[in-house]
Design a protein around this ligand. Structure first.
Ligand SMILES: Cc1cc2nc3c(=O)[nH]c(=O)nc-3n(C[C@H](O)[C@H](O)[C@H](O)COP(=O)(O)O)c2cc1C
Length: 195
């Protein structure tokens, strides 16, 4: 079957939208890569929202995390998504905007479950060295939950990624297909690549 470059763009963004909406979808998680000071940071994050129209992805994180530190120095980000069922890999690149304690974070925070909010309530900050594996998460079982909820919101960050490059790779027994797309004046301009 022959797929057009135009259909690749449409299908890929449809799959990304599904990934953000359907728990268990292979694109629900993506691996992000950020530029650190002399190193490259990597993390799995949950794809929280997608706008194909605006070529935009959203994920959540803790404002105290290494990835935020990296993005504050260099807002370029690379993202990798893979569906083993479809033998489909997407590599996306873009630039991030960080939201913390503003109207964007307020809406997303309000929609999170308490379980989701817990992820931002650790004290001390993520990556701090601790003696016991459960140190830093004491609020979960005690009556300081409400205080932790407030600091949780202060730690909560929404990262918006304006995607400007997409690379598609589909493995086929009859011949792999690979294409690269750049966003130019709001249009995805594509080219086939040797896989
Ligand atoms: C399945 C899965 C989903 C995750 N989702 C997120 C997420 O949405 N946001 C996040 O900040 N970290 C998430 N993590 C944890 C990150 O991969 C990473 O370990 C953590 O954020 C520390 O990253 P740092 O290097 O920026 O400090 C997830 C991990 C797994 C295994």
């Amino acid at each position: 079957m022959h797929i057009s470059l135009t259909n690749i763009v449409i299908n890929s963004w449809e799959s990304l939208e599904k990934g953000s909406l359907q728990p268990g979808h292979p694109f629900r998680n993506m691996v992000i890569s950020t530029q650190g000071d002399g190193n490259i940071g990597m993390a799995t994050v949950i794809l929280r929202a997608v706008s194909a129209h605006d070529s935009l992805l959203i994920f959540y994180t803790d404002v105290r995390s290494n990835k935020v530190f990296n993005l504050q120095n260099n807002n370029s980000i690379s993202m990798l998504l893979y569906s083993d069922a479809d033998k489909l890999q997407l590599i996306l690149k873009g630039n991030t905007t960080l939201h913390n304690q503003d109207e964007v974070t307020a809406g997303h925070w309000a929609a999170l479950t308490n379980q989701g909010k817990r992820s931002y309530m650790a004290h001390p900050a993520p990556s701090s060295k601790i003696n016991d594996p459960a140190d830093g998460l004491e609020y979960i079982n005690d009556d300081t939950w409400n205080d932790a909820l407030i600091t949780g919101y202060q730690n909560f960050a929404v990262i918006k990624v304006a995607v400007n490059l997409m690379e598609y790779l589909k493995l086929n027994q009859t011949g792999h297909r690979r294409a690269s797309f750049n966003l130019i004046k709001n249009n995805w301009m594509g080219s086939w690549l040797v896989p």
